[in-house]
Design a protein around this ligand. Structure first.
Ligand code: TMP
Length: 209
């Protein structure tokens, strides 16, 4: 059996990830490409419980506890969801993965890249995305988009926190140009969806050849 393909989708809050994920899933289904969508936080029964803990605005979670909870969620999903799906030859798309932890906990919370990388090694055991789609929107655009909705614990962090997350994503994209492809998220929804589909379909076909 052919090996699967592991992709991840990243971006700041309000980048339009959820909308683009819906478009992508519709295309994967139309093309009958076997796939698994992994979501972090969330993505499994245990992950769902961790997600509730992490995003509840009533909780005061210490930065280190927050970091470990994201990785506990990821370790569970790698073992229970991601690896088995890749072994079955599926396309696995993770809605957020360790780049999120590097940006939010490593950079914005100030816990540092090294600590995040160490935990990544333990939790993910070499399960790395081959391609990461970074949906880029400016913090001002994200702020505007999120103004109307009630905010979860991370979304409720201030503008400076979100600016740091944005800067970290920009740095990651510059640091890993072979893996991270930046997709301009400020354009028309359908144009972005076409772009993302082109990138994903090309990778999937290349794996077949
Ligand atoms: P979501 O809105 O994409 O579902 O993500 C929920 C929040 O969790 C979002 O504000 C980003 C944050 N997050 C981290 O802070 N670190 C992580 O490792 C992940 C996966 C998400």
């Amino acid at each position: 059996m052919r090996r699967g393909l592991f992709l991840s989708l990243e971006g700041i809050d309000g980048s339009g990830k959820s909308t683009q994920l819906r478009h992508l899933v519709a295309r994967l289904e139309a093309e009958a490409i076997p796939h698994l969508i992994n979501r972090e936080p969330g993505g499994s029964a245990v992950g769902g419980e961790i997600r509730k803990l992490l995003l509840d605005p009533h909780h005061h979670i210490s930065p280190t506890a927050e970091l470990l909870l994201y990785f506990a969620n990821r370790a569970q999903n790698v073992d229970e969801q991601i690896r088995p799906a890749l072994e079955q030859g599926k396309l696995v798309l993770s809605d957020r993965y360790t780049d999120s932890t590097l940006a939010y906990q490593g950079a914005a919370r100030g816990l540092g890249v090294q600590l995040v990388q160490q935990l990544h090694t333990i939790a993910c055991r070499g399960t790395e995305p081959e391609l990461t789609l970074y949906l880029r929107v400016r913090p001002a655009t994200s702020e505007e988009r999120m103004q109307q909705q009630s905010k979860d614990r991370l979304e409720a962090e201030g503008a400076r926190f979100h600016a740091r997350v944005y800067e970290a994503y920009e740095q990651l994209a510059a640091q890993y140009p072979g893996r991270i492809v930046t997709v301009d998220g400020e354009r028309d929804e359908a144009v972005i969806a076409d772009d993302i589909w082109r990138l994903v379909a090309a990778r999937w076909q290349r794996r077949d050849s």
